[in-house]
Design a protein around this ligand. Structure first.
Ligand code: DCS
Length: 483
């Protein structure tokens, strides 16, 4: 038989270079074990796989927000609005919101392609939501609705990266969408290290050093990525840190790519979310001072609607000809899905005091966020009580990123198994307990340190069992490899 026309060695090398650990080797091994549990029950030392690798709340039992789903259902089947019984099944404000949304869609047709930036009426609602959040005006024409934040990130990498000499400043540890997208677009990742000893803060002096180092190697650094609240690190940046970053990007002529998908996930009282748009404007920096792209998603927060694929990027500070190029790239994909667009407008314009659904909406939202905060604290305390593990507080987002000081013998065993030490640890954890975490090497870390990323998402009643199984595994692992 002739050699297959397509083989790994004749694929685009940028694809081969790309990695995405959130669904990498540990998760693929977990899926094989899950298969084994189905075909051979009782053949493993646990009876279920606990996926703590991915920020996918509804896959672990979190319930969607009633008001949001009522509006989506009515928008997807508009004839319901003509039925008398609908008034007894849906809240009055969901009925009026769906009616208004449909009126903003040409022909009330949610099955039609929309404008390539998204339905204007929905972008108006999102701009109003951003304005109300920040206290500074937002413009519907600056908003591009996307199928989740991911496609928006890819679009900006596609726009900015011309060749391997174009660099993108990324935090280390980072969410590997960024390293994967930079690899896919053939650019250079320029790292800036978050400081674990100061709760994952960043020093602008380090940014400056890294920038000069990159430039000395002929790298043209185009943009700086900041993830706030952080994934996998969970920190919420202090306002002063944010001001330093804005000033740095302005002075160095860098596009600021602000990933703010966890803006509703804040668990500590001494921090609050400030968008980079608000920080920049409050410093008196406007469109001519700073080029800023802000990303939002319906996948996180208290709504966790990952599968609906909704989100947006707000682009400011680009010239008109550049905006035309961004629009052109967006138009190649025609438009993002309408359900995600509607959901993005609901997330940015949720029920307000006085609305018929406000009380039930608020109760659902607070219930979810307070439970996430409790789970974060329980897991953080558990990790910090284990030998050789330290774990910074999850101030926000959905993850804990504990550092594990592995004994030399464990590192040698990992080497013999041709695995990174933290991947070796994560695989042994999986095979012993069924718990799936992502090795820190998938996010980047200071060389010589080892971490795992664990979500705070398993339902609250499962957390004590996860903690006890993790503890038992860790103690046996450390006993086995203790120097
Ligand atoms: C910081 C950050 N940005 C963007 C995204 C992309 O989200 P959407 O495309 O769904 O809007 C994620 C998803 N979080 C991944 C997915 O689950 N676990 C993670 O670490 C993320 O954590």
């Amino acid at each position: 038989m002739a050699a297959p026309a397509v083989a790994v060695d004749n694929l685009n090398p940028k694809v081969l270079k790309c990695e995405y650990a959130v669904r990498g080797e540990v998760v693929m091994h977990a899926q094989r074990l899950q298969q084994q549990l189905q075909t051979q029950p009782g053949s493993l030392p646990f009876d279920e796989i606990l996926y703590c690798n991915i920020g996918n709340p509804q896959s672990l039992g979190q319930q969607p927000i009633t008001f949001f789903r009522e509006v989506l259902a009515l928008c997807d089947h508009p004839c319901l609005l003509e039925r008398e019984e609908t008034k007894s099944l849906f809240s009055a404000d969901a009925i009026s919101r769906a009616t208004n949304i449909l009126a903003s869609i040409p022909g009330r047709a949610t099955g039609a392609y929309s404008h390539s930036q998204g339905i204007k009426g929905l972008r108006d609602a999102i701009a109003a939501g951003i304005t109300a959040r920040d206290g500074f005006p937002a413009n519907a024409d600056d908003i591009f609705l996307t199928d989740g934040a991911s496609p928006g990130v890819h679009m900006m990498m596609q726009l900015l990266i011309r060749n391997e000499k174009d660099g993108i400043f990324c935090p280390i540890p980072q969410y590997p969408l960024y390293s994967a997208s930079i690899a896919l677009h053939g650019g250079a990742l320029v790292p800036y290290y978050l400081d674990e000893s100061t709760g994952w803060g960043l020093e602008v002096s380090d940014l400056k050093k890294q920038l000069e180092d990159a430039r000395s190697k002929g790298i043209d650094v185009r943009a700086l990525v900041v993830i706030n609240p952080g994934n996998p690190t969970g920190q919420v940046l202090a306002e002063e840190n944010q001001r330093d970053i804005v000033k740095f990007c302005k002075n160095e002529g860098l596009v600021l790519l602000a990933d703010e998908v966890y803006q509703e996930n804040i668990y500590v009282d001494n921090k609050k979310f400030n968008s980079f748009k608000k920080i920049a404007r409050s410093m008196g920096y406007n469109e001519e001072d700073l080029t800023l792209v802000s990303f939002q998603s319906v996948s996180k927060g208290y709504y966790g609607e990952c599968g609906k694929r909704g989100g947006y990027m707000e682009i400011t500070g680009f010239s008109a000809p550049v905006r035309e190029q961004i629009y052109k790239v967006a138009s190649v994909n025609l438009c993002s899905n309408i359900t995600g667009q509607i959901l993005a407008s609901l997330v940015m314009n949720a029920p307000k005091v006085g609305d018929a659904s406000y009380a039930s909406y608020k109760a659902e939202k607070d219930g979810i966020l307070q439970s996430l905060a409790r789970r974060a604290k329980a897991l953080e305390d558990a990790f910090n009580n284990l030998e050789g593990i330290t774990c910074n507080k999850a101030e926000g987002a959905m993850y804990l990123f504990p550092q594990i000081r592995l004994p030399r013998k464990a590192i040698e065993a990992a080497k013999a198994a041709k695995k990174a030490p933290d991947a070796f640890y994560a695989l042994r954890l999986l095979e012993t307990t069924g718990i799936v975490v992502v090795p820190g090497s998938g996010f980047g870390q200071v060389p010589g340190t080892w971490h795992i990323r664990c979500t705070i998402l398993p339902q609250e009643e499962k957390i004590p069992a996860i903690i006890s199984h993790f503890k038992a595994f860790h103690e046996s692992f450390m006993a086995k490899y203790r120097d």
